[in-house]
Design a protein around this ligand. Sequence first.
Ligand code: SAM
Length: 250
Amino acid sequence: MKFEIFTILPELFTPYLGASILQKAAAKGLVEFNLHNIRNYTHDKHHTTDDTPYGGGGGMVMKPEPIFEAVESVLGSPPNCPVVLMTPQGKPFSQSMAFEFASEQQVGIICGRYEGYDERIRQYLVTHEVSIGDFVLTGGELPALMIVDAVTRLLPGVLGDPTGAMDDSHAMGLLEYPHYTKPAEFRGWNVPEELLGGNHQLIEEWRIIQSLRRTHSKRPDLFQKFDPRSLGKKTRKIYEELLKILPLHG
Ligand code: SAM
């Protein structure tokens, strides 16, 4: 899969993309991170990418011409893949959106700066407007890296344990179960017995129950939306008990 990232600050990406799992995934050819400097698509001597807003007011606005030219020269006109605009006004990013993008061959991501984008970029160029939360950052580079990271780890062959991503919080609609490692006893706090005996069915059941309990107490909104059809008899019973007391927490 290829990410085509449009930014005026490509240097912000290099350290993060050049480390750990993302670096290894690119080295193995499982993913490509292509950085496109929007300034290279300007035609004036100052490489201007922003201008003053019509109607006055503070802050500068990203000009449409260099962004259209950059995106269309890399992705075609019209682009034949998702073109994602990073904006606090967008749809909140989620694990299900990460799965959706991971099924694409190519995804374009536009990173904003300044006060905002010329509205024609939203109207006539992008296919998705995506936010990483209800707060405002100085630029779209960190949000873009979050999407690139979340999507890349879902690509086949990227994680050492191919089932790892399916156990993660949000993959199946629940938060992940608690983890423990050695030692079995630390300052008098013991690892739960269910995890110590090597009984895989017991461990699996314990994990599902913990996932249900922790989603119920930390994220009742997710718990209410959870589809219990995949649960076994015992875990289904726990789910139904938790469901009965949900209004106390909700
Ligand atoms: N004035 C804009 C508004 O209220 O919608 C915010 C502009 S912000 C200072 C500059 C850029 O940072 C945005 O264009 C976007 O690319 C990025 N950005 C800031 N917060 C973001 C968020 N929560 N999610 C995604 N991108 C964000």
